[in-house]
Design a protein around this ligand. Structure first.
Ligand SMILES: Nc1nc2c(c(=O)[nH]1)N[C@H]1C(S)=C(S)[C@@H](COP(=O)(O)OP(=O)(O)OC[C@H]3O[C@@H](n4cnc5c(N)ncnc54)[C@H](O)[C@@H]3O)O[C@H]1N2
Ligand code: MOO
Ligand SMILES: [Mg+2]
Length: 419
């Protein structure tokens, strides 16, 4: 049992600025960058990171084609509104037409290749169909409504660079090139556990003094979004021996051990002493809010070579979520060969006042208004998870500053932080 009369220890070091912590973290991750790759069917690669650039073996589109249903013709054949041209052929998508005879038009449908000789398409709304002919009620410009061969991707171009996270649209682009398989970096193997004697798993009755374990769900979701393979090690009680045992057993099989809770300064916070006993602590305590007590270290492996990276997130649910976005996500990106940089902050106008200041750089939960401004969730406590569900992202707010309605602030959208 902890001695209740013991003097409260002081924080031994100044708080680390986030940028400095990030530089050190991404350097640690770069040393551990994953080199193993796997070849996956393209449809199964969502959320994974490309290990090799995808170079296009073809032009996309492969040929000039029409963007509209209408008539393909030579612009020079229509000198005046109302010109009538005989319709010499009909070209649906998937059919290759014949070279277009001079002074004629081809009936054509969106996506069909424009026949050789034609240089423009007139949409059917600007035409009048006549028996065997068409009246063109506009004077077309050469090139109009023609999607040029290779205007999207040219043969030999890097369509998707190594290090690209495969979003749904990136998978679509890979498929456009005909890639049935892609080579991706293997998933980072992450051990996840929550610390806290008060924690109860959803589905179980809440005991006196208990709260439900939410961080497990938030962090599992984030890890899956970022392409990780997760070992869920459940809840670890608040004592040194159990925390040491959990760290030790997780180190061999995992690249990263991710924990929540028990990283602050109380006697019930065992993560740092446990990490020091089983490895080392590299950095602790950020000058940011939420997220101050973040602890980063490495745990020595017993059976395997090297060490596993340890990131101990603060227990407060919003702190866990925000700290993950600001520090764990960059580390996971670097491990997978992507950029560790935080996304570019968007300048937006505040629709609220924030007269108070803080010594720490703050990440405020904010939502876009229909007018394109930002409103602030009224309760910014790091225990209020509703704020993070309500918000669209975080305002990156400098230490010591206030905000008045109309000020421009820097906004980090959640989707960009989770990319
Ligand atoms: N004397 C000081 N006390 C605290 C400081 C400080 O600098 N000096 N820092 C505060 C800050 S800031 C934060 S953030 C928290 C971080 O605390 P820990 O990381 O040690 O986390 P715990 O103490 O274990 O828990 C904090 C809070 O979060 C709840 N929690 C924990 N795990 C979960 C979970 N899996 N799901 C839902 N909720 C969870 C826990 O019940 C506590 O309420 O420390 C401050 N204290
Ligand atoms: O830094 Mo704590 O993460 O504000 O609540
Ligand atoms: Mg604590």
């Amino acid at each position: 049992m902890a001695d209740p009369t013991a003097p409260a220890p002081r924080a031994p070091q100044p708080l680390l600025p986030l940028d400095e912590a990030l530089a050190r973290l991404t350097a640690l991750a770069a040393e551990r960058r994953l080199t193993e790759t796997e070849v996956l069917p393209t449809y199964a690669a969502l959320g994974r990171v490309l290990a090799q650039a995808l170079v296009s073996p073809l032009d996309v589109p492969p040929a000039d084609n029409t963007a509209m249903d209408g008539y393909a013709l030579r612009a020079a054949d229509v000198a005046a509104v109302g010109t009538v041209l005989p319709v010499s052929q009909r070209i649906p998508a998937g059919v290759v037409g014949q070279p277009l005879a001079v002074g004629t038009a081809a009936r054509i449908f969106t996506g069909a290749q424009v026949p050789p000789g034609a240089d423009a398409v007139v949409m059917q709304e600007q035409c009048e169909a006549l028996p065997g002919a068409v009246r063109v009620n506009t004077v077309p410009q050469a090139g109009q409504w023609v999607r040029r061969r290779g205007e999207d991707v040219t043969t030999g171009a890097v369509a998707l660079a190594a290090g690209t996270r495969l979003t749904p649209q990136a998978l679509g682009l890979a498929a456009t090139l005909g890639a049935a398989r892609v080579t991706v970096v293997r998933r980072p193997r992450v051990a996840l556990f929550s610390t806290g004697d008060e924690l109860v798993m959803p589905g179980e009755p809440l005991k006196p003094g208990g709260i439900y374990n939410s961080n497990r769900y938030t962090l599992l979701g984030l890890l899956h979004t970022l392409g990780c393979e997760v070992s869920d090690l459940g809840i670890v009680p608040d004592n040194l021996a159990a925390t040491r045992a959990a760290l030790k057993s997780a180190a061999d099989e995992h690249d990263l051990i991710l924990t929540s809770g028990g990283v602050s300064v109380g006697e019930e916070d065992h993560l740092r002493p446990a990490a020091q006993a089983e490895g080392r602590i590299e950095l602790w305590q950020l000058s940011c809010k939420p997220g101050k007590p973040l602890a980063v270290g490495a745990i020595t492996r017993s059976g395997a070579a090297g060490e596993a990276l340890l990131m101990g997130l603060p227990g407060n649910p919003v702190s866990s979520f925000v700290t993950f976005l600001l520090t764990v996500a960059p580390v996971l990106r670097v491990l997978q060969g992507a950029s560790g940089a935080l996304p570019v902050a968007v300048p937006l106008v505040a629709a609220f006042d924030l007269p108070r200041t803080d010594k720490r750089r703050e990440f405020l939960r904010a939502r876009l208004t229909p007018e394109g401004r930002l409103s602030l969730f009224p309760n910014q406590s790091s225990g209020v998870l509703t704020s993070a569900v309500w918000a669209d992202g975080l305002i990156d707010h400098p230490a010591g500053a206030t905000i008045a309605a109309g000020d421009v602030v820097r906004f980090l959208p959640f989707h960009a932080l989770m990319a």
